[in-house]
Design a binder for this molecule. Structure first.
Ligand code: TEU
Length: 569
């Protein structure tokens, strides 16, 4: 595997709307991001991904873009964006923007022109399809509920939207459209962006012709999840390699794909040495337990299942490339609320989760607020929910017969709004996020969980993340942590996440006791150093016997191993 400049870096996702508001509008802005660059630098961040800040009607929080060449006035100006890129560069930080090119907004000029001339050139930028026997071309269900087909007013045609009806899909089969998109990407890269996070990209290839791909319904609505068609959509590689060769390669751009539903055998094509992308997110943990019926029927992952998911992904990517490791993002609940049993949630268990996530092989990511251990929002009513996806899932749950309270409980666990609440900077009103009224409710725990408090405390989660990042960059250990082989230790011990990272002449052992009861372990060889510990001390009976308290996590440097042996007392 070729070594790349970004392999040893740490990345951070900013959701601008909820990060820092400098105008009192209640909505975060780019000036707010600039203001907080030093905070991110102090934490040790190198790469920043900004969720969309282009002009948008906000049907899907900016993932519905109406102009690819501008900044939404809510977030600031193009000059602010240029300042942000320049200020980041000064601090040796890299900025990524969100590349949303599976669809645009129905308010984008292209779509407006398409509506005016449904047989014209711009209609071919989208999928305008004739009705079949007076009906929509097929029975696919959109990601946000309902049919993917919406009538084109004044015609007998339908247009395709895999997401919201205000997010019409762009027709990647159209060469002219692809060139328009590439031109736009180059324009941004010329501004000094390091690259992109690439949204929902697996969806750009459809199973065609549409009418051929009706499937048996998977719910009572007679529709089928649109992900079903992905299995029959072949040839996405033609588009992705074209984009790589015509845009990313000439700029040596860093790209991280939001990729779901690929065949495991194709990983090499996506993130191998000549992959379509530099890296892609590992969603195995986030998608585990999903039910075709909806969130209300989805299984809540256990610590042991979390471990199995992590290990499976580690094994899959070990010789291929670098996955991007996350515990949360703007589409997911807070990682600490999801992967730690509610009754065990504490700063110690949060540190355990961060240790595991950062010591696995791959590129580690922090989603804003994760470094503080921000938690899910306790929703009092469905009226507090803004997110389209959550509102749809609530309806699905109600239609399935759940009471209002049951449906709210079910969707609260998975709601995308959990992670979208304002960043908790301090314990003043609105958590120091805004001087105005925040667009989404601040989590009431901000008086306890906030950056100001955590920065002042040496044993806070924030300080622990700093230490983790510093360890990943420590000249004596960086090579092993970044490139060392991953190898499980005592894999069959339930709720123990233990693994080696083996480098040249160096072996690290990560031990995470993912339960509240303590346990004693026999190490395969004596340990020399404790590189990190989420508790004040480590009880060791000898240099090969350690007792971990509940949720204790440590990173040990071992004396060189001859061979590995399992053992426990
Ligand atoms: O998400 C893609 C996607 O597939 C989502 O539907 C995801 O499965 C879901 O949010 C999980 O709850 C991307 C963006 O990250 C998301 O915010 C957008 O809504 C979506 O694309 C459409 O642009």
């Amino acid at each position: 595997m070729q070594k790349k400049w970004w392999h040893g870096k740490t990345a951070y996702q900013i959701y601008p709307k909820s990060f820092r508001d400098t105008t009192g509008s209640g909505v975060g802005d780019l000036r707010g991001v600039i203001q907080k660059l030093d905070y991110l630098k102090e934490l040790g961040i190198d790469i920043i991904w900004l969720s969309p800040c282009y002009p948008s009607p906000m049907a899907d929080q900016g993932y519905d873009i109406s102009d690819y060449y501008a900044i939404d006035p809510r977030f600031g100006t193009m000059e602010d964006m240029e300042t942000l890129i320049a200020e980041a560069k000064k601090r040796e930080m890299y900025v990524l923007m969100d590349l949303v090119v599976n669809h645009c907004s129905d308010e984008h000029e292209w779509f407006q022109k398409a509506l005016q001339e449904p047989d014209g050139k711009y209609a071919k930028y989208f999928y305008f399809e004739d009705a079949v026997d007076g009906h929509a071309p097929n029975n696919w269900r959109s990601y946000f509920g309902g049919s993917v087909w919406e009538p084109v007013p004044g015609t007998d045609k339908y247009y395709l939207h895999l997401f919201h009806k205000k997010q019409p899909d762009l027709n990647w089969e159209n060469r002219e459209l692809r060139q328009k998109l590439y031109q736009m990407m180059r324009w941004w890269l010329d501004k000094g962006l390091a690259g992109f996070r690439i949204d929902a990209i697996i969806n750009i290839k459809k199973a065609l012709p549409f009418a051929k791909y009706n499937y048996p319904a998977d719910r009572d609505d007679g529709l089928v999840a649109v992900t079903r068609m992905l299995k029959d959509a072949v040839g996405i590689g033609d588009f992705l390699s074209e984009m790589r060769d015509q845009v990313f390669k000439p700029y040596d751009a860093f790209t991280v794909g939001e990729v779901f539903n690929i065949k495991e055998s194709e990983l090499e094509h996506f993130i191998g040495d000549n992959g379509y992308f530099s890296t892609m997110f590992d969603f195995r943990e986030t998608t585990f337990g999903e039910s075709p019926k909806g969130w209300y029927d989805s299984h809540h992952i256990t610590p042991e299942e979390f471990k199995r998911c992590c290990y499976a992904s580690q094994r899959l990517a070990r010789h291929t490339g670098f996955l991007s490791n996350i515990i949360e993002n703007h589409d997911e609940p807070r990682g600490v609320s999801r992967y730690i049993p509610a009754q065990d949630l504490s700063e110690t268990s949060k540190k355990l989760l961060s240790t595991v996530s950062f010591m696995l092989r791959g590129l580690p990511w922090i989603y804003q607020g994760q470094e503080l251990g921000m938690e899910n929002l306790p929703f009092a009513s469905i009226d507090e929910v803004d997110d389209v996806n959550t509102l749809d899932e609530y309806k699905v749950a109600r239609d399935a017969g759940l009471s209002e309270t049951e449906a709210l409980t079910a969707v609260s666990f998975f709601s995308r709004d959990n992670a979208r609440t304002p960043f908790q900077w301090d314990d003043s009103g609105s958590a120091g996020f805004t001087a105005g009224t925040p667009w989404l409710r601040v989590n009431p725990n901000y008086t306890r969980i906030n950056a100001k408090e955590q920065k002042s405390r040496k044993d806070s989660l924030f300080s622990y993340y700093k230490a983790l990042i510093a360890l990943r960059k420590h000249p004596a250990y960086a090579d092993t942590i970044v490139y060392g082989a991953f190898e499980p230790f005592m894999e069959d011990n339930e709720n123990l996440m233990a693994f080696f990272r083996k480098g040249d002449g160096q072996t690290l052992l990560v031990l995470a006791n993912y339960r509240k009861e303590s346990r004693t372990l026999t190490l395969p060889s004596p340990y020399r150093n404790v590189l990190l510990n989420n508790l004040g001390s480590l009880v060791s009976e000898s240099d090969t016997h350690v007792t971990l308290k509940g949720y204790q996590a440590v990173v040990l440097e071992l004396a060189q191993l001859q061979h590995t042996e399992d053992g426990q007392s």
